[in-house]
Design a protein around this ligand. Sequence first.
Ligand code: SF4
Length: 208
Amino acid sequence: MDKRITSLIANLKRRNIEGIYAVSKDEARQRIKQLILRSSTVGISGSKTLDELGVVAFLEASGYEVFNQYKPGISREQSLQMRNLGCRADYFLTSCNAVSEEGELVFFSANGQRTSGIANAENVIVVCGLNKIVPNLEQGLKRSREYAATLNCKRLDWKSACLGEGACHKDICLEPEYKRMCCQVLIIESEIRPERVKVVIVGENLGF
Ligand code: SF4
């Protein structure tokens, strides 16, 4: 395993967070499945990383009850219900916007569903591709806002201040003129409960 990954896993451990390395997407899906107890419920956040990993469909096909707010054909009301249930599920599956080499995890959220699920769930599984690892927290915040959020706004045609030219203008990105994607920021620096948060580091680039 790359020395940078070994060091990251050791730094996560110092913070009471378990780091797990999966060399490929296929291995990552299997490792995630192994982490979730049978007959458990799973909540998810919107995530390009999870989409590219195909893990939601994989878990559904494996018999887990996934509160999937993006399931095709469901109504807006059903989707909102799934979001709420997801925040209180046995496991919350998500991805980070960045992780520092020191082990600090950075998450941005528009409406708080992601940050709420991560902050409150009994068990949190964070998926992280190699492209999300940055030297320090400052770079993590910079990456999240100036790179990940702007690309996500473009991907989802989100009416934010960065939509046109792709640069963040956070000082003016406010309602009602703009629809801001990064309204909330959650940084996990450490955990009280060992094993509550696990980070599956995938040996490939995933998401933004
Ligand atoms: S604060 Fe606004 S302009 Fe900046 S990245 Fe977030 S959504 Fe885009």
